[in-house]
Design a protein around this ligand. Structure first.
Ligand code: UDP
Ligand code: MG
Length: 348
């Protein structure tokens, strides 16, 4: 098994040939019968569990894939945990990572990734909006040597026009500001090889914008298009404000452009103030003084205000993020891990 890429450095290899070599090397390292870990964060999803398992498990069995399903119960307040526990007693391939409270989807996903044992990981939603039929196609591309295979939503007609529009804007803004590019219309639904997972797990930040982290990790990736269906059961957990904050977290944790923007805002205001000053001074020179001291006062207030806002804004952004990271609190807290029905569930 060659350890380095079989390059002849005569400069004649183009990008595609290089990728072909990279893939060829990875191909030889693929285990014949890989263990798939489906990582499924769940929050108040009691209606979705049965339909998810009834759809996903037979599909994987039909395709002869070896798998485990790691459910992360993200502090559900309904019967989600009880139902998952019941199912995990009947099927040793199911595992439940029970978080101590709701930590949000990104943290839940991180918990699931930390507890998965598979050769490849597949984060997916429980509402069947990430179609399990795609898993076999993911595995095929992975066998070709790709380390990350992500699903691309071709049609978003199940989303409202407002959501589609805001999503489009988000990708544009994010990609114009961040040095890491995330492909548009790609969610968390993807297949990730163990070696990319291990790199991802080294990333210590508290602010876990998973799509961004996956993109940051790099490795050879390829997309598989799919149509995103409607939610099979239950309701969406993301309202407008949650999505808005999610978008801000994403941009702020991957780009310092918002910090730098304040500098230019301040500069623009200062320039306007200078122009205004010139205007007032000229007017005074030509027409004489109308309100003594007024012009110089206004100019000073505008100019200083702009400069102060600018510096405060910059310091505030840095401080806010340092604060969160410096506290160093864990990303999630596990109440318990349940599998094989070996542990009794906590009393409700
Ligand atoms: N989810 C979670 N914690 C949360 C919110 C959501 O684990 O705080 C899970 C949820 O149970 C589902 C997935 O994240 O499995 C995606 O959520 P949803 O389908 O509501 O999002 P949408 O598809 O509407 O963007
Ligand atoms: Mg959904």
């Amino acid at each position: 098994m060659p350890d380095s890429l079989p390059f002849v450095s005569d400069g004649s290899l183009d990008k595609d040939t290089a990728l072909a070599h990279q893939l060829a090397v990875q191909r030889t390292r693929r285990p014949v019968d890989p263990l798939l870990s489906l990582v499924v964060p769940v929050f108040n999803e009691e209606e979705s569990i049965a339909v998810f398992l009834a759809t996903t498990v037979p599909l994987l069995e039909r395709d002869g894939l070896r798998f485990e399903i790691v459910f992360v119960n993200d502090g559900s307040r309904d019967n989600t945990f009880a139902r998952l526990f019941q199912r995990s007693r009947l099927d040793g391939r199911l595992r439940i990572v029970n978080l101590s409270r709701n930590f949000g989807k990104e943290a839940a996903l991180t918990a699931g990734i930390d507890h998965a044992r598979g050769d490849v990981l597949i984060p997916m939603d429980i509402d069947l909006q990430d179609p399990p039929e795609l898993i076999a196609a993911f595995v095929t591309r992975w066998r070709e040597g790709y380390d990350i295979v992500y699903g691309i939503r071709t049609a978003r007609h199940t989303d409202t026009p407002a959501k589609r529009l805001s999503a489009g804007w988000f990708y544009r803004v994010f990609n114009s500001m961040s040095p890491v590019r995330i492909p548009p219309n790609v969610g968390d639904f993807r297949l990730v090889d163990r070696r990319a997972v291990e790199v991802l797990r080294q990333l210590p930040e508290r602010n876990r914008f998973m799509k961004g982290l996956f993109a940051w990790v790099g490795f050879s990736s390829v997309g598989v298009p799919y149509e995103r269906p409607e939610r099979a059961a239950g309701t969406s957990k993301f309202n407008f404000w949650r999505l808005w904050n999610f978008a801000i977290d994403g941009v702020v944790s991957f780009s310092t452009a918002p910090l730098r923007a304040w500098f230019y805002v301040g500069l623009a205001i200062a320039m306007v103030a200078v122009l205004y000053a010139l205007f007032i001074i000229t007017r005074v020179l030509i027409f004489g003084v109308d309100t003594p001291g007024y012009a110089s006062l206004l100019i000073a207030v505008l100019l200083m205000g702009a400069i102060q806002l600018l510096s405060l804004g910059i310091i505030g952004e840095y401080l806010g993020r340092l604060f969160v990271e410096v506290k160093g609190r864990p990303i999630y807290i596990v109440e318990g891990v349940y599998e094989d029905g070996t542990t009794e569930p906590p009393k409700p």
